[in-house]
Design a protein around this ligand. Structure first.
Ligand SMILES: C[S@@+](CC[C@H](N)C(=O)[O-])C[C@H]1O[C@@H](n2cnc3c(N)ncnc32)[C@H](O)[C@@H]1O
Length: 552
């Protein structure tokens, strides 16, 4: 049992501060995001009396490494950790909530940056947001989830603040340029939502050396198969993961058994794929009851109105997985990127449909049922399109679309998906290339910027400057930027609105119309950001491109 010890008690647990090298954070990384939160928490801390008197920085007394301290959590960081401020040092402790008093075991000091990393040991006194019984037996050990002990409503409130802070800390924009962040839209499923899990196992001790020397690798025992043990590089054994869908959880049990039974056939560690696959069958009377009776242990039957969804788990990276978003069918290479929370996808696509044209002449016409002139925005460019998720689910709104993705395999599937969903061939095109080459391929006669919306959904690192520069030169009427990393999204949106360094003439063309998070990842600290931007009206022109008279 960890010993309870109030913070700062007992000198033997403290050591003199030594200068340590500061972390080398990259843009949008966890370290950088955490540092921004730490700096803002420290900002209000006044200099200690001694510092004020001597003008010298006095070496701080910090707990010895591995010492246990009791601290009070004052806030949650954007990385999902509890932050406690004690004597000018911030303690970063996972699995804690604001108001908690927790015992934590310190394992690393960053003295220049005035923060320390610590493992969560136990709750001494629960804060008001620690109300939920975690559904997973591995919670606080596995590194996958951070929030199972918090009510879902509070998770959403916290995720809104993550979006707010991202734009405050990383967009470089004045507060006046950032609209009020909307409430986070929740996921219909808060557990049982992940359609893909990738547990792994490590090779046996000495396995690499044996392999190098041509010796057959031997396994003294079946290794732990699961996810990372929090705060370590070790894999922990995980039998079940309640954020996975039922089909994926069934697959996990089967795969674990298969690997255990065949461990000697592996020469090294491996990552396993568990990807849900859906077969949609038209429902006939009595089918559900019949299917439930004959339902095998490997499948899950779901009643979807006029259809039945038969769900199974794919483990072969090269197989094709199918899922449905509303009535759109999306096929994908099972091992390639596809959104992981199917339950929230109809919600986000409907939101984008409702807002992508807002404020334009077109949306007013649609709302009034009038159609004096032809709709203004007719085209969509889907940058970082993967297997065409946005092109396909938004296709009813546009007559022309073009998608680009660096993965040739995803582009092949995007074309197949367009066909599967009956998108018009002449109006739908996909290119396999780096997104930076996108605008060179866009025919501005077919895609006039004033009649085009660009949807951007890049990987976590965001877009690069080259892409943003070309986007600004092209100048579409509207931009919808979707991202699983709101920090790099904030940086990129900052460039789009405020201009890139050295591109002064492209500054100030855009304004942010709306910003909000969607909870694609319940129980974790991740949030998906959706930012809608519009091109500002040029002088003498309204935002919808119509001429504006200067006379009343
Ligand atoms: C977050 S995924 C989005 C995919 C798709 N929009 C969806 O929702 O399924 C990001 C995509 O960016 C692609 N990608 C990564 N780097 C790229 C680049 N430099 N140019 C174009 N596509 C890129 C990846 O292949 C991946 O499909």
């Amino acid at each position: 049992m960890a010993q309870k010890r109030p913070f700062n008690e007992g000198k033997r647990h403290f050591k003199k501060s030594k200068k340590q090298k500061t972390s080398t954070a990259t843009e949008g990384s966890n370290e950088e995001v955490l540092l921004a939160d730490i700096r803002s928490l420290l900002k209000d801390v006044k200099l200690s009396d001694t510092e004020a008197v001597t003008g010298e920085e006095v070496a701080k007394q910090l707990p010895e490494i591995h010492a246990e301290v009791d601290v009070t959590i004052s806030e949650l960081s954007s990385t999902g950790d509890g932050l406690a401020l004690e004597d000018g040092q911030v303690y970063v402790i996972p699995f804690a909530t604001p108001g908690d008093v927790v015992t934590a075991r310190v394992y690393k000091h960053f003295e220049e940056e005035s923060y320390s990393l610590a493992d969560f040991v136990k709750v001494v006194k629960a804060g008001e947001h620690r109300t939920e019984k975690p559904k997973c037996q591995y919670f606080t050990k596995c590194s996958g989830c951070q929030f199972q002990h918090m009510p879902y409503s509070y998770q959403l409130v916290h995720k809104r603040s993550i979006v707010e802070k991202a734009y405050r800390n990383f967009s470089n924009l004045p507060a006046s340029a950032v609209p009020t962040v909307g409430d986070t839209i929740g996921s219909p499923l808060q557990y049982g939502y992940r359609t893909k899990l990738t547990p792994h196992f490590d090779g046996p001790p000495g396995g690499r050396r044996d392999k190098r020397h041509g010796i057959k690798v031997t396994w003294p025992e079946v290794p732990p198969i699961g996810f990372m043990l929090k705060g370590t590089r070790k894999t922990m054994d995980i039998e079940d993961c309640p954020i996975g869908t039922d089909a994926v959880r069934i697959g996990m049990k089967k795969e674990r058994k298969r690997v255990s039974d065949n461990i000697d056939s592996y020469q090294k560690g491996a990552t396993l794929l568990l990807r849900e696959n859906t077969e949609r069958i038209e429902k006939v009377a009595g089918m559900i009851e019949e299917d439930k009776e004959t339902e095998s242990k490997d499948e899950v039957i779901e009643d979807r109105g006029s259809f039945v969804h038969r769900k199974t788990c794919i483990t072969d990276h090269k197989a094709v997985s199918t899922e449905y978003v509303d009535d759109y069918r999306l096929d994908n290479p099972a091992g390639a990127f596809f959104q992981n929370n199917n339950s929230v996808l109809p919600v986000v696509t409907q939101y984008i449909r409702d807002h992508i044209l807002e404020d334009s002449l077109q949306s007013k016409e649609v709302a009034n049922g009038s159609s004096g002139s032809s709709p203004k925005i007719k085209n969509m460019i889907d940058a970082y399109c993967g297997s065409g998720f946005f092109t396909i689910t938004l296709s009813s709104m546009f007559s022309n679309s073009i998608g680009i993705d660096i993965s040739g395999q995803s582009i092949d599937f995007a074309s197949k998906n367009a066909e599967l969903n009956n998108l018009p061939k002449e109006g739908t095109h996909f290119i396999a290339a780096d997104a930076t080459h996108l605008f060179a391929s866009v025919d501005t006669e077919k895609f006039p910027p004033a009649e085009t919306v660009v949807v951007i959904d890049p990987p976590r690192k965001g877009c690069d400057e080259g892409f943003i520069r070309q986007l600004l030169s092209y100048g579409p009427a509207r931009i919808c930027y979707v991202s699983c990393n709101v920090h790099t999204q904030a940086r990129d949106v900052g460039w789009i609105v405020g201009g890139l360094p050295g591109s002064e003439k492209l500054e100030g063309q855009y304004e942010i119309e709306s910003l909000r998070g969607f909870d694609f990842f319940p129980q974790t600290s991740h949030v998906e950001g959706v930012a809608i931007l519009r091109r500002k009206a040029e002088q003498g022109t309204s935002s919808n491109g119509a001429s504006v008279s200067n006379t009343e």
